[in-house]
Design a protein around this ligand. Structure first.
Ligand code: AMP
Ligand code: ZN
Length: 468
């Protein structure tokens, strides 16, 4: 298994710390708003890393934090005129809901920063006592100069940061490269008591404490989007190196950005679409397919036409399987039981594994799914062979997080074309609703109802059923 390690800037053979076990940490959201579809790229990608290791038989522990105390949350609580923890609760619940809708498997642990506050304070205290951090005016800073390895992950040199320092630089810091571990609170802000007075922790300490608490002092993979390399991951690593004299993680993995017209999708640039809005327009599997069709380190431009193409590709997989099972009068459990060794199919499986083990080349792995799909659809092939190909398609597709709705879809007796037409009408209606044309949206709903198709608009998007 080859993994591109940001630390060494090359692909390396993956060797777990403990044979057969994977300890994985990926940075989660700061819960001050609904997350956008760019964030979803990171959540989906690390879900695939987890799923693939599980497929290889690893005993995986996957930890993802929830940052529930941060300047942005405080700013949002002022804007919405609600207490900060109510904001954090609201958006962390929304985060969990949206991840479930995206088909992201729940990580084994999802600690929230405010739950580990005594451990965070103790960590900072130890850094101060060992001379790596200093208190200044009620804040606590990490002294970058105190750690010779500082900058090793991002390749940034302390001197360069000095040269780039601005006049308005925080005067409480000794050096412009120093970063905040503890922040003195302003009036009206949430507070925790500490040896340095009332305040709150910095983000970089939150993550290092949560990761080590659940995974140990050194773990296998630490991940996140490429924007986290500096300063976030560099600063997490600095604290771990200072206190434990050991690397925080053996491999650092970073996904590329989802861009909008070449620019990173981000809240601050206001060029974003929330994942929940996109989920109202496209299926979770189409979104996943859209991301996985590119290598995780490559940038991707947000493109509705390509997501629509992805929707077609996914529904083509579903309909191939459905039609094959119908033509052979087979059920979902027959399909599952048909997974078997076959020299021809094993070549495709091998190719799939080769792609995934080449630094998670999901774009090539998806091509193997298409190879299988061609066999499933080919009338010229032997029926038993086609069924085995369908079983393998589902098996490998599930490794990438597809086919979550297959069993349910197979129970649906609505003829395929009718179902596709209903879904098409519903997706067009979603666009009508986006334009706030409520009259037309209601009229579509009523006309469908007259045909016996009942639709419901809920928090999870629009669902439909056939009456009677
Ligand atoms: P945040 O809540 O901003 O800390 O982001 C949560 C995760 O999403 C982090 O791993 C980020 O690196 C990642 N992320 C943020 N913006 C993008 C983007 N436009 N494309 C891909 N990943 C992103
Ligand atoms: Zn983090």
């Amino acid at each position: 298994m080859q993994i591109y390690n940001t630390m060494t800037r090359k692909k390396e053979e993956f060797i777990p710390l403990e044979a057969g076990k994977l300890k994985l940490y990926a940075c989660g959201p700061t819960v001050y708003n609904y997350f956008h579809i760019g964030n979803a790229r990171a959540f989906i990608f690390f879900d695939v890393v987890r799923r693939y290791f599980e497929h290889l038989g690893y005993d995986v522990t996957y930890v993802q934090n929830i940052t529930d105390i941060d300047d942005k949350i405080i700013a949002q609580s002022i804007e919405e005129k609600i207490e900060f923890h109510t904001i954090a609760d609201k958006y962390s619940n929304a985060f969990l809901e949206d991840c479930a809708r995206l088909g992201v498997k729940k990580p084994h642990h999802q600690p929230r920063a405010t739950e580990v506050m005594p451990a965070i304070i103790a960590y900072i205290d130890e850094l101060v006592k060992q001379g790596y951090a200093y208190e200044s005016g009620g804040d606590v800073y990490f002294s970058a100069e105190s750690l010779p390895e500082y900058g090793s992950l991002s390749g940034k040199k302390i001197e360069d940061q000095m040269a780039g320092a601005r006049v308005e630089e925080n005067t409480l810091k000794r050096h412009s490269a120093d970063f905040t571990l503890w922040k003195k609170s302003k009036p009206g802000e949430p507070i925790w008591q500490s040896p340095w007075g009332e305040g709150r922790p910095g983000w970089h300490t939150e993550c290092v404490v949560m990761s080590q608490q659940y995974l140990g002092e050194t773990f296998d993979i630490h991940g996140g989007g490429i924007d986290l390399v500096f300063p976030h991951h560099e600063n997490e690593l600095a604290q771990a190196l200072a206190l434990r004299h050991k690397p925080l993680a053996n491999y650092w993995m970073h996904n590329g950005f989802l861009n909008v017209e070449g620019v990173k999708m981000s809240k601050s640039l206001n060029n974003f679409f929330t994942a929940r809005d996109i989920l109202d327009q496209f299926s979770a599997e189409a979104i996943r397919f859209f991301f996985l069709s590119k290598h995780y380190r490559s940038p991707i431009d947000f493109n509705r036409e390509i997501i629509e193409e992805s929707e077609k590709a996914v529904s083509n997989f579903y309909s191939s399987i459905k039609q094959l099972l119908l033509s052979q009068s087979k059920s979902y459990s027959d399909l599952k039981a048909a997974l078997a060794i076959d020299p021809e199919l094993d070549k495709i499986k091998l190719e799939f594994d080769r792609s995934m083990q080449d630094d998670f080349n999901t774009a090539k792995a998806v091509a193997s799914l298409f190879d299988l799909n061609r066999i499933v659809r080919s009338d010229a092939q032997d029926p038993a062979f086609r069924l085995k190909a369908a079983a393998l398609l589902v098996n490998l597709g599930e490794v990438l997080g597809f086919f979550g709705k297959l069993e349910e879809t197979l129970k649906d007796k609505t003829p395929d074309l009718s179902r596709q037409l209903i879904e098409l009408i519903i997706s067009l209606r979603a666009k009508v609703r986006e334009e706030k044309n409520w009259a037309l949206s209601d009229s579509i709903r009523d006309q469908l109802a007259a045909l016996g198709v009942e639709i419901k608009d809920g928090k999870e998007g629009c669902t439909w059923s056939i009456k009677g």
